[in-house]
Structures are given as structure tokens and as C-alpha cells.
Design a protein around this ligand. Structure first.
Ligand code: ADP
Ligand code: ZN
Length: 671
């Protein structure tokens, strides 16, 4: 694609698009049985199958799956099948605890070793390991690499080492942790044990770094599809951040049940998070600010409240990131444009982990680009200055993000292509994805597009095809800037021809013309906009907006403030056509009666979670509750047929669920 700079290298093994049984291999019956018994799933996703097989074959591997893609199962299944212990390196205690709780509820023996353990916990842990019953041990890297731990480990029968959130090893990643760098030492202590890395990071550079830094040997690298089909992307120029944020949130929070869930509003500065949270509270939305300037215990409390559904809306800097494994985040809003498409993918990735529909709203303005560039060129708090080449790369990333924001194309397609993958998610009988503002028909036509296009083309021609889109826009807008005057472009006949149009809109139009092949953009550090064969056709076409024939162009812009709140899928698109969505959202999947049951089950889940002191999503996901609400099982045996209910969970929660449903049915009869 022209509009965005693609940064992806070759995809190494791309098995995600294949059907089940990828690679022609028959699924190992031991794997199938374990997955059904403990997790209640009838099948594995193709990449999960490949990844598990690689570990069982004793191979080093790197598994790249988007958030919600099911990475945990990839390292949880092998130890259950082989009966040997898997060590899982995990960066955060909260993440470890959720995983351990989840595994225990599924009937798999698991434990965590970290600094905050009591003596008793440690004794218990040692006993579990000695008896050979422990299947997964989660360890923080610094603990793992302590001398005592290493020598102790070398005497254990370890089947595999899983490195979760493996991008933490790379300084090009977004969560660099220097202690991850030492993990390759494990090789010497545990020779012959496969080292298996897992990440959601889509950047090839980080992936290569992982393989190199961990010292993986002949690793099988498996890369899944990055597209998150259940996310709806909306992109709007920022006019009034507070109102736009509130409007987006109102589509999700403050309603009962299925439409509730969590929401995250990302802001650039600490002050902005506080102001936004305060504004929202004033509007009756219970929101809290989260940033690195708060005391550690305040931050821990906020994270814990969010995970336990005691708090649903958080206004945060990117410090609120890793460890947010709550499954029902229904909405992520960016009040400011993030610094790269990579960061955007990462942050929006926190929405909809449970696979149900979720919305991502990006607010942006040209000012964000300038803010980022200023921030990045400033020396860090400790006085270190970013080297020039790194700065150049970072600036390019910001520009790519801005191009994404002002483009008028399918957002799902752009994201996939940015990460070097062809987009395959188009819905039949629909324009493209049916899950972004562009495809949902929420962009409006720019009046007199043909004329706007002609003015842009003339300006590119008159200024000699030697300048970037920003400069061309400045000339057209009649901007009073030094560079325009110095080049005497304020003397050009095209100077000020689009005066009064927003700068972002003009930038967007230039990008749209590039995407349509009417203009071209050169490669390199300072890309310039040039003419193409089609430029002439557009200049010659006299039919005007909406006209047909050679050289007719259409330019669009976002409707700021989408009035129709119902425009979240299942939505009414431009001409009043109902858009079919292949994404599922709890509220669409459920009829009124189902929904009542769903609400009751959610409440029950909250109680059961509280009794066990675990976050509700650890008990089960919303997707499971939806299916239970629809099937309304009358016995524990029937409940067992629901996807995601394994044997152990059926035993532990079955009675409570079945009787809750029976209670509801009885209430119905009485009506
Ligand atoms: P990741 O770690 O990649 O973000 P998770 O491991 O948390 O993803 O899985 C995301 C969701 O997908 C969870 O709710 C999990 O239960 C579900 N899931 C994982 N594998 C399967 C499968 N094979 N079939 C159905 N659901 C699955
Ligand atoms: Zn789309």
C-alpha cells in the first residue's frame, strides 16, 4: 500500500489462515483429549495446534498471536500431556496469579514463584514439585535467574521453558525489561529443554530480536493473523476531546450487563488523564485516572479494581498496559494519537479479548504529531539524548500513524497491510470489513471533490513535485509559515486555494489521492508527492462531484460526532441499510429472555469469583456465559457441552449454574 509505510519483513510460517489440522498433521489424540477435558474446547485453533506440536517435538519456537488469540493454551497444554513441568517466565505478578487461578479452576496443578510469597507458600510449592504433581510453574525472570533457583532447577524434570510476553526482551518492543536479556543463560543450566517464546508483537524487528536474544536454535517461528475481526475501528479528528470521549463511552458503559464491561481512555499526559477522569465523573461516569506519577499502592489498587469489575472506566497514560488481561474491555478510546501504529495495535488490542465485539475510537489532530516529535527530541529525565538515527525512525513511525489517522480506507485492511499481511477478512456482500467507520459508511463526501482534487494536483505540479504532503497542504491553506515564504510559494497561483479547510482534511485528501493512485509518494526519509498518469485524467474530468467516467474522484471525511449512538454495529449505515456483522456482541446474540439469564449468570459469576478471591474473568469469559444463557442447560452434564467448560469447572460451578437457571425458569412459569 502506498499510504502507509509497511515495516514488515517476510512472514516465516503462516499457518493461521489454514483450516484445522494445519500442516496436514493429524491432531495428537492426547492433545485433543486434554483440551476437551481441562478447558472444555472441542478444537484447537490451527496455530495453537502447530505451536503445541512444536513443543511436544522438543523444538525451540516463537509463537506470535494477537491479543486474545489464545497464546496461553499453547504453553499450558504440553505439560498436561507429557506430565513434565513447564516453567513459565512471566513479567508481572498479577498476570501470574490470574493464570495460576485459572489453571487451578480448570483442574491443572499450577503455582507461581515470586518475591511476595510467604514461607508457607514456598514450602507448599516445594512439596508439590517433589511429588511430581505440579504442571506449570510461573516465575519472574529475576527470581528464575537467582543462583539458588538455577541450581535447584537443574535437578528437576523440566519439559519446556515458556517465555511469555517475550517482546520484553527487545529494546524495540514497548515493554523492555533488561532482566529478560539474561534468559538465554537458561540454556546452559537446562540443556536440551526447548525454549518457547510467545508474544503479540507484530513488528518483525522485535521478532528477530527475540530469536537472537534468547539464542533460539532452529526455531519454528509461527505468525498468526494480526487482524482483530471483533474490533470496530473509528477514527475522528479531535474537535472537543471530552465530548467525543464521553460520546464513545456512552455506547458502552453505564448500561446494565452485556453492554457494560470495561473501557480505557488513553491520554498523553498525567494531567490529561486526571482532567478527563474528573470531567467524566462530573458527567456521571465513574472514571479514575491512572499514570506513573501515582504511588505504587494506588496503582496496584486501581489495577485490581479494574480487573475485579469494581471499576470500569480508567483514563490512563500508556503506563496502564501490560497486565490488563480483563476479557470484557468493550471500548478503548485514544484521546490523543499514539506514537506509532505498533503502539496503536498494542493499545487497542486490550479491547475484546473475549472475542466478543468491542470498539476502538481514535481522536487525532495534526497537533499530536508535533507534540510527539517534541517529546521524543527532548532529553530524558536522566539527561540521555536519543541518537539521531533512532529519532529519525521514531519520527517516521509518528508520520505513519498520522497517515493511518487521516486515510480514508478500510482500517482493518490498512492495519493488516501495515504489518505485512494481506487482508482476508472482507465480509461477503459488504464493502470490505463491515467493522470500521469507512466500511460502515460513516464518512461523508467532501463537496466539490473534483475541484479540491484539481487544486491539489495543480499545487503539486506548480511547486515542482519536490515537496512532502505537509508543505503542499501549507501552500494550499495559504499558511503563513517561513518555509513557504522562503520558497516564494506564497507567490504561486495555488497559494491559499483551499483556505478555510482544516489542515487535517487537506492532508487526508492528499493521502486519499495517493491511495487512489492519482498522486504518488516517493520512498525515503523525506517522501515527496509527485504526479502520476491518472493526475491528468482528473484534471481533464469536468463532470464534478458524483460524476462518473475516467478521472472522477471521491473524497471523504469523518462525520465528527456520530449522532446515531446505535451506529455501533448492527448499525444503520449511510443509506439506512442494515449492516450485517460477522462479529458477535453479547447483546445481539441474546434475545430478551436470554439476556435476563445472562445478567443473572454474570451476577452469579461475580459472587463465585468473590468467594474464591479471583477476578470474575478467571472463572469464565463472557463468551461462555452467552452460550450458557442460550442453551440453558438443565443438568451439569448438559453444561459440560458448552465450549469453555471443562470437567473440573463443571464439577465446581455446575450445580450453582444449573440451579440459577432452574430458579429463573421457575420464575418465568410463575409469570
Ligand atoms: P492471549 O494470551 O493470546 O491474549 P488467551 O490465551 O487469553 O489469549 O485466550 C483468549 C480467549 O480465547 C480466552 O477466553 C480463551 O479461553 C479463548 N480460547 C483460547 N483457545 C481457544 C480455543 N481453542 N477454542 C475456543 N476458545 C479459545
Ligand atoms: Zn473496514
Amino acid at each position: 500500500m502506498e499510504g502507509l509505510l509497511s515495516r514488515a519483513g517476510p512472514v516465516v510460517v503462516d499457518v493461521a489462515s489454514g483450516s484445522a489440522g494445519a500442516g496436514g498433521r493429524k491432531i495428537d489424540p492426547r492433545v485433543a483429549e486434554a483440551v476437551k477435558r481441562y478447558w472444555g474446547f472441542d478444537e484447537l485453533r490451527p496455530l495453537q495446534e502447530e505451536s503445541i506440536a512444536a513443543t511436544l517435538d522438543g523444538r525451540d519456537s516463537l509463537t506470535v498471536l494477537p491479543t486474545g488469540g489464545g497464546k496461553s493454551l499453547c504453553y499450558q497444554v504440553p505439560p498436561v500431556v507429557t506430565g513434565k513441568l513447564t516453567l513459565v517466565v512471566s513479567p508481572l505478578i498479577a498476570l501470574m496469579q490470574d493464570q495460576v487461578m485459572g489453571l487451578k479452576l480448570a483442574g491443572v496443578s499450577a503455582a507461581a514463584a515470586h518475591g511476595l510469597q510467604s514461607e508457607r507458600d514456598q514450602d507448599e510449592l516445594r512439596a508439590m514439585i517433589r511429588s511430581g504433581e505440579l504442571r506449570l510453574l510461573f516465575v519472574a525472570p529475576e527470581r528464575l535467574l537467582s543462583a539458588g533457583f538455577l541450581s535447584w532447577m537443574s535437578r528437576l524434570r523440566i519439559g519446556a521453558i515458556a517465555v511469555d510476553e517475550a517482546h520484553c526482551i527487545s529494546q524495540w518492543g514497548h515493554d523492555f525489561r533488561p532482566e529478560y536479556r539474561r534468559l538465554r543463560e537458561l540454556r546452559d543450566v537446562l540443556p536440551g529443554v526447548p525454549l518457547c517464546a510467545y508474544t503479540a508483537t507484530a513488528t518483525p524487528r522485535v521478532r528477530e530480536d527475540i530469536v537472537e536474544q534468547l539464542g533460539l536454535v532452529d526455531a519454528k517461528v509461527m505468525v498468526g493473523r494480526f487482524d482483530r475481526a471483533n474490533l470496530i475501528y473509528r477514527v475522528q479528528p479531535r474537535v472537543n476531546a471530552r465530548e467525543q470521549v464521553e460520546e464513545a463511552l456512552r455506547r458502552h458503559v453505564g448500561k446494565k450487563g452485556a453492554e457494560g464491561g470495561g473501557a480505557i481512555v488513553y491520554c498523553l499526559s498525567r494531567r490529561e488523564t486526571e482532567e478527563m477522569a474528573e470531567y467524566l465523573r462530573g458527567r456521571g461516569i465513574e472514571a479514575r485516572a491512572y499514570h506513573a506519577g501515582l504511588d505504587a499502592d494506588v496503582r496496584t489498587k486501581l489495577s485490581s479494581d479494574f480487573r475485579n469489575e469494581r471499576l470500569n472506566v480508567v483514563c490512563a497514560t500508556v503506563a496502564f498496559g501490560m497486565g490488563i488481561d480483563r476479557g470484557d474491555v468493550r471500548c478503548v478510546v485514544h484521546a490523543t494519537m499514539p506514537k506509532s501504529v505498533e503502539a496503536y495495535q498494542q493499545e487497542t488490542g486490550r479491547a475484546g479479548r473475549d472475542g466478543l465485539e468491542a470498539e476502538c475510537v481514535l481522536l487525532h489532530s495534526g497537533a499530536d504529531v508535533i507534540r510527539w516529535k517534541n517529546l521524543m527530541s527532548k532529553p530524558a529525565a536522566d539527561g540521555t539524548v536519543t541518537p539521531t538515527e533512532v529519532l529519525t525512525t521514531q519520527n517516521e513511525l509518528v508520520e505513519s500513524m498520522h497517515r493511518f489517522a487521516v486515510a480514508a480506507r478500510c482500517r482493518h485492511r490498512m492495519l493488516s497491510e501495515y504489518f505485512g499481511q494481506a487482508y482476508e477478512g472482507a465480509v461477503e456482500g459488504q464493502s470490505e470489513c463491515g467493522a470500521c467507520d469507512f466500511c460502515l459508511g460513516e464518512l461523508e463526501d467532501i463537496p466539490a471533490a473534483q475541484e479540491v482534487a484539481r487544486k491539489i494536483i495543480s499545487c503539486v505540479a506548480r511547486t515542482g513535485q519536490g515537496y512532502g504532503a505537509g508543505h503542499v497542504a501549507d501552500v494550499l491553506l495559504g499558511a503563513n509559515v517561513e518555509r513557504v515564504r522562503r520558497l516564494a510559494h506564497d507567490q504561486q497561483s495555488t497559494f491559499g486555494l483551499l483556505r478555510g479547510m482544516g489542515r487535517d482534511v487537506v492532508m487526508s485528501c492528499i493521502n486519499q489521492l495517493i491511495d487512489a493512485g492519482v498522486l504518488a509518494r516517493s520512498e525515503g526519509e523525506y517522501p515527496v508527492v509527485t504526479l502520476t498518469e491518472s493526475s491528468k485524467l482528473v484534471l481533464r474530468n469536468q463532470t464534478g462531484t458524483g460524476g462518473m467516467g475516467e478521472g472522477a474522484v471521491r473524497l471523504v471525511r469523518p462525520r465528527v460526532m456520530v449522532e446515531d449512538a446505535g451506529a455501533v454495529s448492527g448499525a444503520v449505515a449511510g443509506g439506512g441499510v442494515r449492516v450485517k456483522s460477522k462479529r458477535s456482541r453479547a447483546s445481539d446474540l441474546l434475545n430478551d429472555a436470554d439476556r435476563e439469564v445472562f445478567e443473572a449468570l454474570r451476577e452469579l459469576r461475580r459472587e463465585l469469583a468473590k468467594e474464591r478471591e479471583v477476578p470474575p474473568f478467571v472463572v469464565c469469559s463472557d463468551a461462555v456465559l452467552v452460550e450458557v444463557a442460550q442453551k440453558r442447560p438443565r443438568s451439569v452434564e448438559e453444561l459440560r457441552k458448552v465450549k469453555g467448560i471443562g470437567q473440573r469447572k463443571a464439577e465446581e460451578f455446575g450445580e450453582a449454574v444449573v440451579s440459577e437457571i432452574a430458579k429463573w425458569s421457575k420464575g418465568q412459569m410463575g409469570k
